[in-house]
Structures are given as C-alpha cells and as structure tokens.
Design a protein around this ligand. Structure first.
Ligand SMILES: [Zn+2]
Ligand SMILES: [Zn+2]
Length: 346
C-alpha cells in the first residue's frame, strides 16, 4: 500500500510523493499522523542552510502527533488507537555523552525528520531502535493533536530552561517572540516568574501578553537595555535569547542582573560571530549557557504539561493545512503568517 509524504529530494525541493506505506516489523510501531507543526529549522533544511544530519530523500517533519495504527510483534503496552508522539532524538545510549546524561548531544544521534522519516506524511514508522530506547511517548486520547505536536518544541525549551532554572519571584526577559520565545514566556510564568518582559516584533506582542508576559515591547539596542533595566528594577535574573540574531548575544548580557543567567537558546546562523563586552560577564558574575534538542525525559514532561493543561499553549497553532497543501503551509511559515503552522494529513 502507498501513502503520501513530503519528501526532501534536494536543496529547495520538498515535494509530495507517493511512497510505500511502512509496515511495522518486530518491535516497531506505526503511527497514523494526525498533525505535524512546522518550525523555522524546517525552512533552513529546505533552503539548504542546514545540512548537518539531513539525509536527502528523507520525509521531513519533527513535531508530530499521531495515533497507533499498527504494532509489530513483541511490542507490549502500546494499543492500537492510542495517541502518541516521539522523542525525535535517537541516541546510542553508549557514548560518553549519553552516559553523562547528555543523550540529546549523542555522538551518533539521528533525528526524526532529518535522517529518520518524520511526520509530514500519512504514516510514520517508529523504528525498533527508537522503541527500545523508549522514544515513544503516549498521550491522552482527548489531547488535540496539534497541541501534542508542540511537545517537541516545548521539550527543547524545557531542556534549555534546565540550564537557567527560573525560580519563583524571578524576573525573566525573553528576546524574540516567535513560537520559541512565546513558549519560554509561558514556561517562565509556569515556573513562577513574577516579571516577564518579552521583546519582539510589534505584531507578536499581544500573544506574548496572553501567554504570561507582564510587559511586551519592541525596543532595540540601548532603548531595549534601558527599558528592561527599568522594568526589572536593575536587570533580569534570567535573559533568554530566543531568536538567532548575533547582536542579541551582547544585548542579553547588558540586560542581565548581577548574578543573572543568560541563555543562548536560539541557534545562530552557521559561523556567525558576535561582539560582546566580556567585562559584563566578569563584573556581574553572569552564568551563560546554551541549549540544543531535548532528552526523552523532557518530551515526557512536555506531554504531561500539555495534557494536564498546566501549559496552555494550544493558541500557538494559528494555521492548519492539509498535507496536499504542503507548499502553502511552508509559504505561510516563511511569510510569518501566524504563529505555528500545522499540517494535518487527513
Ligand atoms: Zn523544530
Ligand atoms: Zn550516544
């Protein structure tokens, strides 16, 4: 039997094709995809700006939710019809990084939607290795698939947030109000931050306030520094860079409080460098961290937060397209038509 899938045939060429529908072998699970949200990284993969770990011919999509359509021999505890998503990081479990608890930075990691076929298709196979590593995460039946698909970006934000640990009463500044910045705003609120300043494009300040920002502004440069220092009473306990603009590397330091935690969460353009004032780190005793991908535990936590409603970010998904209109869906992301764009196969 065949299925429709969005296949990356080469740089700039993501197109719908009829491909064989995978059959779950022993230990494998087949998901019928119900939603796949698109992220900025997908655009970079399609344009060729991101090539690391990307296999030509791959079915794209790394933020997906589906229902178990079939299970292979030997799979236990996974019933047909149950809703699920997957940690997209397939790690080896044996390398030094995996053993040190950094499976998401595994030396031989493979990602769904990059190398392993992903969610922009009618069906997705969870390979045996991924099942054995416990990558499949089950979710309540009633959770909206477009919301469950957000477990991937949420899990990445949780991994980043582990580095800077927002404490109750903290002030947090989030630079960037794309979907990732907005998720950081919502997570900062959940963690008990009392002042949350979101900085971004004028059109995306309202969503930031809806998700918990106490202040939202579109200032830049020194104006931005002055405003954040004023609103936080001398500097943010946590400053998160949630958009890959190298100029924000220094900006985030300038707005941080004494002893503040600065996190470069966003990926920056390959090879980019930034000018910064290291004395700010020195005199203010800042902690500067990064964050990339997520652990399986982060995905499980993300599914819990989304299922319980503790993290209510369903409103982030503003656009839905059938798989047949994948080009329109990609164009909507490129034009920043809304916040999160979902492909809904059927
Ligand atoms: Zn992504
Ligand atoms: Zn490893």
């Amino acid at each position: 039997m065949d299925m429709t899938a969005a296949v990356l045939r080469g740089v700039g060429d993501l197109s719908l094709r009829r491909v064989p529908r995978p059959e779950p072998g022993p230990g494998e699970v087949l998901l019928k995809v119900e939603a796949n949200t698109i992220c900025g990284t997908d655009l970079r993969i399609i344009s060729g700006a991101k090539t690391a770990g990307v296999r030509p011919g791959v079915i794209m999509g790394h933020e997906f939710a589906g229902r178990v359509a079939a299970v292979g021999d030997g799979v236990e505890g996974v019933d047909v019809g149950v809703q699920a998503t997957c940690s997209i990081v397939l790690s080896c479990g044996r390398c030094a990084r995996c053993l040190a608890g950094r499976e998401h930075l595994c030396e031989s990691l493979r990602l769904f939607g990059y190398e392993i076929d992903g969610g922009m298709a009618e069906y997705l196979l969870v390979p045996r290795e991924a099942m054995e590593r416990g990558n499949l995460v089950l979710a309540p039946r009633e959770l909206e698939p477009t919301t469950l698909a957000l477990a991937e970006p949420v899990s990445c934000c949780l991994n980043g947030a582990r580095q800077f640990r927002v404490r109750p009463g903290d002030s947090v500044a989030v630079l960037g109000t794309g979907p990732i910045g907005l998720l950081h705003v919502a997570l900062a609120k959940l963690a008990g931050a009392t002042r949350i300043v979101a900085v971004g494009r004028p059109g995306r300040l309202d969503p930031a306030v809806e998700l918990g920002a106490t202040h939202a502004l579109s200032a830049q440069g020194e104006d931005l520094t002055r405003e954040v220092l004023r609103l936080t009473g001398g500097g943010a306990d946590v400053a998160v860079v949630a958009v890959g603009d190298p100029a924000l590397a220094d900006q985030a330091l300038q707005i941080a409080a004494i002893g503040g935690r600065v996190n470069y969460f966003a990926g920056f353009p390959k090879g980019s460098t930034a000018l910064m004032e290291p004395n700010v780190i020195h005199y203010r005793e800042l902690q500067v961290t990064g964050g990339s991908n997520a652990r399986r535990a982060d995905v499980r936590r993300a599914v819990e937060l989304l299922s319980s409603g503790a993290l209510d970010v369903a409103s982030l998904v503003t656009h839905r397209f059938p798989l047949a209109e994948i080009d329109a869906a990609i164009a909507a992301v490129r034009q920043r038509a809304g916040l999160k764009v979902a492909v809904v196969p059927s």
